[in-house]
Write a protein that binds this ligand. Structure first.
Ligand code: 1GP
Length: 249
């Protein structure tokens, strides 16, 4: 069933070619900084704030950050859990993800089973997501015991995405990993776009306007940016990225 957040994202896509999601890692930014950042990026056109990451495990801190951010923004807060500890109340939705190319069944179905009762209890809208780790050497790859899909093997990513669709998932997240040296390639996005009839999220290492624009043109529905801002990247450049991807049909 399509909930409020999913409907909102779809309505955003009617106006913009590709959406900008900003990732806030509650382990990296404190409440005040996160809250200010969320307000700033909303102003420059971000469509959602993701809170989480593979190393964000302090639920108390995360809860505070979610609650604090929520008071000041209109765009949805979507949890991006790296484990069961990433499920906290007060967010609008959760990327309810299966790390499909993990070698550890814990990350494919077990964490989901352990987390599901809390997702229901907190009334979080679940966005059913196939989380695919591309490449290797990143935290998401290591923590999630992923057998990373090689960057130059787009057909493998497409096959996983098609499997996700047949399993009823409506979102695919192509993840190069936080701070990755190489981003997912436009070729991979294009190949997945042909195979998967749902919402494609792409993240990991995106920090240049041209890279973002090429991923948008290839068919990404949303790009996630986190590390660029954590490392002090300017809001002016983020705004350039937002504008470029939103208009890049
Ligand atoms: C990481 O895809 C996200 O899980 C965002 O990546 O931090 O490299 O922007 P960056």
């Amino acid at each position: 069933m399509t909930g409020k957040v999913e409907s909102f994202l779809k309505s955003e896509l009617e106006k913009k070619n590709t959406l900008l999601f900003v990732l806030i890692d509650s382990e990296v930014s404190n409440l005040q900084a996160s809250s200010k950042l969320a307000q700033d990026v909303e102003k420059i056109g971000a469509s959602a704030i993701l809170v989480g990451g593979s190393s964000a495990n302090d639920q108390i801190e995360m809860s505070k950050v979610v609650k604090g951010i929520k008071q000041n923004i209109q765009i949805p807060i979507i949890l991006f859990p790296g484990n069961v500890t990433g499920v906290v109340p007060d967010a609008d939705a959760i990327l309810f993800s299966s790390l499909m190319n993990s070698e550890n069944p814990y990350f494919i179905t077990q964490a989901q089973a352990l987390a599901a009762p809390s997702v229901a209890k907190f009334g979080l809208e679940a966005l059913p997501t196939a989380y695919l780790v591309i490449g290797d050497g990143t935290s998401a790859w290591f923590v999630g015991s992923a057998r990373g899909i090689p960057f130059e093997k787009p057909k493998i990513a497409a096959a996983y995405s098609l499997a996700a669709q047949l399993l009823g998932m409506r979102f695919v997240y192509l993840e190069a990993g936080s701070g990755a040296k190489s981003t997912v390639t436009p070729e991979m996005v294009k190949t997945v776009r042909h195979a998967f009839n749902g919402f494609i999220i792409v993240g990991g290492g995106i920090k240049e306007v041209e890279t973002a624009e090429n991923l948008a043109k290839a068919g990404a529905d949303a790009l996630v940016i986190g590390t660029f801002l954590e490392k002090g990247g300017s809001l002016t450049k983020l705004e350039e990225i937002a504008k470029a991807i939103q208009r890049s049909k």
